[in-house]
Design a binder for this molecule. Structure first.
Ligand SMILES: [Zn+2]
Length: 75
């Protein structure tokens, strides 16, 4: 069970470069495993002007695993 896993929570998505990106949970598939859909925010827009990217069925991982999400580290 991933406690607190709910729509509209802000999380970190680890991108292909291994960096934390801001993301919001838009759908919870499985609270047991923390499988969710995310809208990931870019730090700049793409050539086509896109500011966000949708990632589906993203797994939770307490490690900063690429392609997974985790709760934001304490600032
Ligand atoms: Zn992070």
């Amino acid at each position: 069970m991933v406690e607190g896993c709910a729509v509209a929570r802000m999380v970190h998505y680890t991108n292909a470069e291994g960096e934390c990106a801001a993301a919001v949970i838009t759908k919870v598939w499985k609270k047991e495993t923390g499988t969710v859909n995310l809208t990931v925010f870019r730090d700049s827009h793409t050539a086509r002007g896109e500011m966000t990217e949708i990632k589906t069925s993203v797994e939770w991982s307490h490690l900063s695993k690429r392609g997974a999400w985790h709760w934001p580290e304490r600032a």
